[in-house]
Design a protein around this ligand. Structure first.
Ligand code: HEC
Length: 153
C-alpha cells in the first residue's frame, strides 16, 4: 500500500513537472524576484496594520497573498541556468541553494515558511490582533531562516 502511494505521489509530481511552462532562465529569475517583492509588499501591509489602524479585511487579503505565494511552488523558478546573473537579470541566490548537500536544509527552511505562511492566513481570518502579531513574527522569521543561508546580502 505504501509503495502504491509512493508511486502515485511520483506520478502526480511528474505530472506537475510536465505541466510547467517552458521559461527562459532570465524570466525565471525575474518572476521569482517579483514574487518575493510582491509578497514582501503584502507583509509590509500587515506590519502597517499591526503598527497603526488595524483593518481586518486588508490583513486577511495580504495574508492570503503571502500564503498563496508560499504554496505556489516557487522552487520551479530555480532551475539550472538560474544560479547566476543572466542577461540583465541579477540574482542574489547563493550557490548553496543548488548544492546537493544542502537540499535537506533547503527543504527544512522552505517547509517552515510554507507552514508559517499558511498559519498566518488562518490566524488572520480570526481577526485576533495579538495572535496575528505573534504569527507575523514567526512568518518573518521563516523568511530570514532561508535568506540567512541561501540569499546574498
Ligand atoms: C526558501 C528560501 C526563501 C524563503 C522561505 C523566502 N525567501 Fe525571499 N528570497 C530567497 C532567495 C533565494 C532570493 C533571491 C532571489 C534572486 O535574486 O534570484 C530572495 C529574494 C527576496 C527578495 C528580493 C527580491 C528582489 O527583487 O530582488 C525579497 C524582498 C524577499 N526575498 C522577501 C521574502 C519574504 C518577505 C519572505 C517570507 C514571507 C521570503 N522572502 C521567504 C529565498 C527565500
Amino acid at each position: 500500500m505504501k509503495k502504491i502511494a509512493a508511486v502515485l505521489v511520483l506520478a502526480c509530481f511528474a505530472g506537475s513537472v510536465l505541466a510547467q511552462q517552458t521559461l527562459k532562465p532570465e524570466d525565471m529569475i525575474k518572476i521569482r524576484k517579483s514574487g518575493y517583492s510582491f509578497m514582501s509588499w503584502n507583509m509590509g501591509k500587515i506590519k502597517a496594520n499591526l503598527d497603526g489602524t488595524f483593518n481586518k479585511d486588508q490583513v486577511i487579503a495580504a495574508a492570503n497573498v503571502v500564503a498563496a505565494t508560499a504554496n505556489s511552488g516557487m522552487g520551479a523558478l530555480f532551475a539550472p541556468g538560474t544560479e547566476h546573473d543572466v542577461g540583465d537579470q541579477k540574482t542574489r541566490v547563493k550557490p548553496e541553494f543548488f548544492q546537493p548537500q544542502n537540499q535537506d536544509k533547503l527543504k527544512e527552511v522552505a517547509g517552515n515558511y510554507i507552514r508559517e505562511a499558511n498559519e498566518l492566513a488562518k490566524v488572520a481570518a480570526t481577526g485576533d490582533v495579538a495572535a496575528i502579531k505573534a504569527q507575523f513574527g514567526k512568518t518573518g522569521g521563516s523568511c530570514k531562516g532561508c535568506h540567512d543561508v541561501f540569499r546574498k546580502d
